[in-house]
Design a binder for this molecule. Structure first.
Ligand SMILES: [Zn+2]
Length: 82
């Protein structure tokens, strides 16, 4: 529970949450090159799909560079599993 589904109006892919949605958007706002990553690009960046076909965030060991900048605390794994 608690995972919001985000559907991208541009590429039509479904994402398990806003963070995963944000992670598939690449390029620069300033230079107007903002776009969706292709499925292959998403996989290259470590994103995976769940059993429903929703794209999920990459594992912490293989995150996209811009995502590391957004969330510095995610660069190190948790001390112990929950
Ligand atoms: Zn998209």
């Amino acid at each position: 529970m608690g995972i919001l589904r985000s559907v991208c109006p541009t590429c039509g892919e479904i994402f398990a949450g806003v963070a995963a949605f944000d992670a598939h958007r690449t390029g620069s706002f300033k230079q107007r090159t903002r776009r969706c990553m292709s499925r292959r690009e998403m996989q290259t960046h470590g994103m995976t799909r769940n059993e429903k076909g929703w794209w999920m965030m990459p594992l912490v060991t293989n995150v996209a560079p811009w995502f590391v900048e957004m969330t510095p605390s995610s660069t190190k794994p948790p001390d112990r599993p929950l």
